[in-house]
Ligand binder design. Structure first.
Ligand code: B12
Length: 320
């Protein structure tokens, strides 16, 4: 059923229809003037069908990488809202760095937050822009939508890795943007966490254990791997980052996983320490990943080269 012509739709209803957070809707209204054409007594927002179509148009532009302020301007100027689905994004938005200017984010003037994403997909630009504007709802929305459309592995490789590397390089070059990394990280964990929670429980009798090495704080690859394995129907046990080897030994004895995957991003982790892991029957396979490992891997420890590689190898071990 279509939306009624009268302005009767509440913020909650419109947010649900668009699949975005009510807070994002209110922000678009306050910051960019894309709100309801009428306000009921008491200031409550009430949207009509035309308002909904305008918001839908703005949303599709933002997801395609158009800066929110420009998207809002185009949405306001568009009178032919019946044709919104056929409107294409201009080339100028698909090239060049993502520049969140003071006007885009509503913040103080000066010091545009540029995340360079050469060759990245439009939704990666949209995600970088949303993260730079600290719009956690929009970040989560873009990630969740990508998972639904192209799956976990493509979302990680094509959407998230370019943006993560971009914000990391920005920090390296300028020492700024840790708040952006936090917003992005929370959205990634939230989206993958929700995916894992909603997936049917895997049937492998022994779980795949996922942990981060001792003193490691970076754990997004664990969530990506957990979600990718859930997508394949593999049961996982995600223990998070910063696990000392002795504690990991206790966890392995207790849970008896088919395999354990250990991530190290910057942990300066010694592969030799893995000799201390308990030797169990049946055998617990060990796979490690990430650039934070040094030394020589003990016999039988596998080193992963990518999310796909880790996922395939652990899937096999879960089924063995
Ligand atoms: C998000 C992030 C954070 C978040 C982490 C949140 C979380 N919950 O995980 C926060 C904000 C907490 C953080 C903190 C810090 N961070 Co940080 N962070 C990052 C960022 C942007 C992404 C990390 C990530 O997930 N990478 C995953 C992918 C993108 O990394 P990759 O190694 O290139 O992955 C490829 C391979 O490893 C391979 N692969 C091989 N096997 C496998 C297996 C699997 C399962 C997967 C998925 C992939 C894979 O494929 C990958 C591509 O998918 C990186 C930038 C970057 N380039 O990684 C910086 C980065 C890792 N951080 C960095 C630093 C310095 C820090 C801090 C020390 C300082 C800071 N910036 O705040 C602190 C640490 C504080 C502490 N107490 O130790 C540096 C590390 C430099 C170095 N080598 O020493 C980086 C590289 C930024 C940079 N360019 O300088 N960080």
């Amino acid at each position: 059923m279509g939306a009624p012509a009268e302005p009767t739709l509440t913020v909650a209803v419109v947010a649900r229809r668009l699949g975005i957070a009510p807070a994002t809707l209110r922000t678009w209204d306050r910051r960019y003037g894309i709100g309801p054409s009428e306000r009921k007594h008491g200031g409550h927002r009430r949207y009509c069908a035309q308002d909904l179509a305008r918001l839908h148009f703005m949303q599709s532009l933002v997801q395609a990488g158009v800066p929110a302020a420009d998207a809002a301007q185009q949405a306001r100027q568009t009178t032919e809202l019946g044709t919104i689905s056929s409107i294409t994004v201009t080339q100028s938005y698909a090239v060049g760095p993502v520049d969140v200017s003071a006007q885009d984010c509503g913040g103080p003037a000066g010091g545009g937050k540029v995340v360079a994403l050469p060759g990245a997909a439009p939704n990666a630009r949209g995600l970088a822009r949303a993260a730079s504007a600290l719009d956690s709802h929009m970040c989560r929305h873009i990630i969740t939508q990508s998972i639904a459309q192209v799956g976990v592995v493509c979302t990680w490789e094509d959407l998230l890795v370019p943006v993560l590397r971009g914000v990391g390089e920005k920090w390296e070059a300028s020492g700024t943007g840790i708040e952006v990394e936090h917003v992005l990280s929370a959205a990634i964990q939230g989206a993958f966490g929700a995916f894992i929670a909603s997936a049917p429980m895997g049937t492998n009798p022994r779980p795949i254990m996922l942990v981060g090495s001792n003193q490691e704080v970076h754990q997004l690859p664990l969530w990506a791997l957990g979600a990718a394995l859930s997508e394949r129907g593999v049961r996982t046990q995600l223990l998070g980052a910063g696990m000392p080897v002795p504690a990991l030994g206790v966890a392995i004895r207790q849970s008896g996983p088919a395999a354990v995957f250990i991530w190290s991003q910057i942990g300066d982790s010694d592969l030799g320490e893995l000799e201390q892991l308990p030797r169990c029957r049946p055998k617990v396979e060990v796979v490690v990943g990430g650039p934070g490992w040094r030394g020589t891997a003990p016999h039988g420890v596998e080193i992963s080269t990518s999310l796909t590689h880790a996922c395939e190898s652990l899937h096999q071990k879960a089924c063995a």
